[in-house]
Design a protein around this ligand. Structure first.
Ligand code: ADP
Ligand code: MG
Length: 252
């Protein structure tokens, strides 16, 4: 089956003074379209580094990333920016909304770079996704006039407005109280089911993992296990260097 994201023997090194930190260590995963995938692992395990590589915000030190089966290695920074604009939506732990813009303007902001959309089409998308996240009555509010959960809803609408095939969310519930965090994840899950958008999110929260249908476990930069949900239960296969797919059936 075609994969929406393929990570092949990818490593990422950061230089920290004299030291070289291998934040991602020889990870290979293949992600099917339409999944609701959690990357889990303790703090410092490489979740953000891996998401930044998948999101083409960062380039791997070693290995290959494919988005919709196209290698991104040879792409220029401008080509990567164009790919992100068309194919990838981002949701952040700290929402990353522009404080001087209203909810509607925040959602519209990335669309302003889309020369293929008329102003009328942009506004139609803004109104549609405000409705999807249940904030039609808050469109004129600035971020500081919204609760944390509402801000994250604006960020979800912003991520979806470009009709990406992939939405990446780095610990999207980390700055929310438990109940709000769960409702944000449930909203993401509903959108995943209705629009078939692939969601890839990182978390160290078991309640968030519980809503996923695919699981990538990382520790110390390495792949530890790949999980697929079958009849409500996780089937986890321990990762070996040769594993390539989180949806591979366990050998039994
Ligand atoms: P997580 O998101 O799971 O907490 P990160 O991907 O942020 O993990 O970090 C993985 C490792 O890489 C950590 O040891 C972290 O200190 C290191 N690291 C992350 N970003 C940088 C950077 N820009 N420079 C140097 N080291 C970094
Ligand atoms: Mg992180």
């Amino acid at each position: 089956m075609m994969s929406v994201v393929r990570v092949e023997k990818v490593s990422k090194d950061y230089r920290l003074g004299e030291q070289l930190v291998r934040a991602v260590n020889n990870i290979s995963i293949s992600i099917e379209p339409g999944v609701f995938l959690a990357i889990s692992g303790p703090s410092g395990s490489g979740k953000t580094s891996l998401l930044n590589l998948i999101g083409c915000i960062d380039r791997p030190t070693l290995g290959e990333i494919y988005i919709n089966e196209q290698s991104v290695r040879g792409m220029t920074d401008n080509q990567l920016a164009a790919l992100r604009l068309r194919s990838i939506g981002f949701i952040f732990q700290t929402f990353n909304l522009l404080p001087v813009l209203s909810a509607a303007e925040n959602i519209e902001y990335p669309l302003l770079q889309r020369t293929d959309l008329s102003p009328a089409e942009r506004h139609e998308r803004v109104d549609h996704f405000l409705d999807v996240v249940g904030l039609s009555d808050r469109k004129s509010n600035r971020p500081n006039q919204l609760s944390g959960g509402q801000r994250q809803r604006v960020a979800i609408a912003r991520a979806l407005a470009g009709s990406p095939s992939i939405v990446l969310a780095d610990e999207p519930t980390a700055n929310l109280d438990k109940a709000t965090g769960v409702s944000i994840l449930q909203l993401m899950k509903k959108i995943n089911e209705q629009l078939k958008t692939t969601f890839i999110f990182s978390t160290h929260d078991a309640r968030v993992v519980a809503l996923a249908d695919r699981l990538v476990q990382v520790e110390d930069g390495k792949l530890q296990g790949l999980g697929i949900r079958r009849d409500g239960d996780w089937v986890i296969s321990r990762a070996r260097a040769s594993d390539t797919a989180p949806n591979k059936a366990p050998a039994n």
